[in-house]
Design a binder for this molecule. Structure first.
Ligand code: NAD
Ligand code: FES
Length: 280
């Protein structure tokens, strides 16, 4: 159980793992995530389920080795076992035939977009995809999203591949060229999701974003993942992770994410034990 059966580096420090867990592979729906632990006392790491194979009993996860625990995770090999894999967690994405959907992925936030794009396509939507990365070598899942989206645009911050600029520049030009978009789903860094939401608000386009606040237990008990949506407190692990981007208090989300940065940096240099950091 929880054995790593496949490992691939799909971009610098960005890995695709397939983990053997038949129950999660059978039950999971688009938009849901797992929380894994590598060993006793290890940090709980939340990762969106990118795909699953109910026949082989495997779950696909994609992560970037950016902190202490994800770097440790990246050291594992095929044949190694994770201590725990809890899930599927969170609410599945609300899927319906909206008409034309635009899915937007920023950096390794593109990974959670893939299963949602597939589910929206399967519901009969016309699919447009936009993916952005800092540079050409950090663009991920282009081939997979091209197979789902009738139109896929790529943007890089440095102009080394595709459009030179942010995903929001591409979204604006698609809207301004007269394409009617009925629904937008955006996943990536918080400033990106805020910028997408601000843009689509102007055009009255329903927009969902997948939030990634710090998570600990994943059950709605610890309060670590609290966010403010429409003036109400929500817990991303049980009420989300997807919320109406026009109602999310991104300033508070980013303030809370910044609060934990020094602790994360400190943890990157030492053995991290799971603990709930004080809320602000
Ligand atoms: P990044 O900083 O390289 O940004 C990726 C792209 O987002 C950029 O190329 C650009 O097109 C766009 N972008 C960034 N800032 C923008 C702004 N201010 N306005 C408009 N567009 C902007 O991304 P990264 O370093 O690969 O990080 C990925 C992020 O995705 C992380 O913050 C991670 O926490 C988040 N993420 C979220 C989830 C989730 O489920 N919510 C899952 C995985 C990753
Ligand atoms: Fe603890 Fe959501 S992770 S309440």
């Amino acid at each position: 159980m929880n054995e790593i059966v496949f490992k691939e580096e799909i971009a610098p420090d960005t890995f695709r793992y397939q983990i053997h867990h038949p129950k999660i592979a059978r039950k999971r729906k688009a938009g849901q995530f797992v929380i894994l632990r590598m060993h006793e006392g290890g940090e709980r790491v939340p990762l969106t389920i990118v795909d699953s194979d109910p026949v082989a009993g495997t779950v696909t996860l994609i992560f970037q080795a950016v902190g202490h625990s994800t770097r440790e995770l990246a050291q594992l090999s095929v044949g190694d076992n994770l201590m725990d894999l809890a899930g599927p967690l969170g609410k599945p994405t609300h899927i319906e035939n909206f008409g034309t959907c635009c899915v937007i992925g920023g950096g390794y936030g593109t990974a959670p977009v893939l299963p949602i794009a597939a589910a929206l396509r399967d519901a009969g939507n016309n699919m447009i995809g936009i993916i952005g990365a800092r540079s050409w070598n950090l663009v991920i899942l282009e081939k997979e999203l091209r197979a789902i989206c009738g139109r896929l645009e790529v943007a890089t911050d440095d102009g080394s591949y595709g459009h030179h600029g942010f995903v929001t520049d591409v979204l604006k030009s698609i809207i301004d060229e007269g394409t009617k978009i009925d629904f937008v789903l955006a996943v990536g860094p918080s400033p990106m999701m805020r910028a997408v939401s601000n843009l689509t608000r102007e055009y009255g386009i329903t927009t969902m974003v997948s939030l990634n606040p710090i998570m600990v237990d994943g059950t709605g008990m610890c309060g670590g993942c609290r966010v403010e949506v429409g003036g109400e407190t929500k817990f991303a692990c049980v009420d989300g992770p997807e919320f109406d981007g026009h109602l999310v208090n991104f300033d508070l989300l980013m303030k809370r994410q910044a609060t934990y940065k020094p602790l994360e940096q400190e943890a990157a240099g030492r053995e991290l034990h799971c603990k709930l950091y004080p809320a602000d």
